[in-house]
Design a protein around this ligand. Structure first.
Ligand SMILES: NC(=O)c1ccc[n+]([C@@H]2O[C@H](COP(=O)([O-])OP(=O)(O)OC[C@H]3O[C@@H](n4cnc5c(N)ncnc54)[C@H](OP(=O)(O)O)[C@@H]3O)[C@@H](O)[C@H]2O)c1
Length: 257
């Protein structure tokens, strides 16, 4: 039964792997047998995570990556191909928020910061990755977007973030349609709220106890709630899935609060 989820022999790159979800995914995917390439700007955090994964017997490598810089993206992917000759899965996980701001409160800098990091980068990375899958005759590829339930359901004050995730989920579906000709699957994971630097502003606020009442399972998520879903999307267990938005939220999007 575990075989479809086995990632032995696969090379998987994760953007934004220096903290939070990306850091966690690195360990989960390495444990399932993948060689993981961790990318982000904070090199010390990446190096620390690589050591931890290696100490547990996993295969991992750190590489600096700034997803707002096109040359950094192409350098990141080029280095992976010259090192391993393949890149089986890319996880577009890097993401930021702009603080608790409505559309009237943000300025153009906030808009560009959030939209460039959360949305534009996912397109640039996926486009360059697709070109490399074709150029290296890889035969297939797999793109995983880390979206959010704010793609469809949000509260006031998450303006640019929710807009970026709404577009990222739509990008997943449109890209899946267009990437099928290259045998590249494109899916998204849409988690509910889990405590990290991105969600801290809400989850550690006075609103949190009331907010959690809107979740049918009456709790925020934990990192390990995402283990099964990320393994599903990264592995052959999801071989007939493309254009799917996998919601993992304790039922939050079903609620009314
Ligand atoms: N936490 C939640 O409740 C929640 C729910 C749904 C979706 N998400 C999504 O999950 C993803 C990960 O966020 P998180 O919650 O784990 O927060 P996090 O701990 O703050 O992680 C964000 C990661 O993105 C990286 N990053 C930011 N800007 C970058 C850039 N320009 N280039 C490269 N990497 C960059 C950061 O690394 P460096 O600063 O080192 O570059 C960091 O590793 C995001 O897309 C977020 O929107 C989170």
């Amino acid at each position: 039964m575990s075989e479809p989820f086995d990632l032995s022999g696969k090379v998987i790159a994760i953007s934004g792997a220096s903290s939070g979800f990306g850091r966690h995914f690195g360990g989960v995917l390495a444990q399932a047998g993948a060689t993981v390439v961790l990318g982000a700007r904070r090199k010390d955090k990446l190096a620390e995570r690589v050591s931890e994964i290696q100490a547990q017997g996993g295969k991992a490598m750190a590489m600096p990556l700034d997803v707002r810089e096109k040359s950094s993206i192409t350098g990141f992917i080029d280095t992976i191909y010259s090192e391993f000759g393949q890149l089986d899965v890319i996880v577009n996980n890097a993401g930021v928020e702009a603080g608790a701001k409505t559309y009237t409160m943000i300025d153009e800098q906030d808009w560009d910061y959030v939209l460039d990091t959360n949305l534009k980068s996912a397109w640039i990375i996926s486009k360059y990755y697709t070109e490399q899958v074709v150029a290296h005759n890889q035969g297939s590829g797999n793109i995983i977007m880390i979206s959010s339930i704010t793609d469809t359901r949000t509260i006031k004050g998450q303006f640019p973030y929710a807009v970026s995730k709404g577009a990222l989920s739509r990008m997943t579906q449109v890209m899946a349609l267009e990437a099928a000709r290259y045998n590249i699957r494109v899916n998204a994971l849409a988690p509910g709220y889990i405590l990290t630097d991105v969600s801290r502003i809400l989850l550690e606020s006075d609103l949190a106890p009331e907010f959690v009442k809107g979740i049918p399972m009456r709790r925020f998520g934990e990192f390990d709630d995402l283990d099964g879903p990320i393994l599903l999307l990264a592995s052959n267990a999801s071989k007939y899935m493309t254009g799917s938005i996998l919601t993992v939220d304790g039922g939050h999007v079903c609620g009314s609060l």
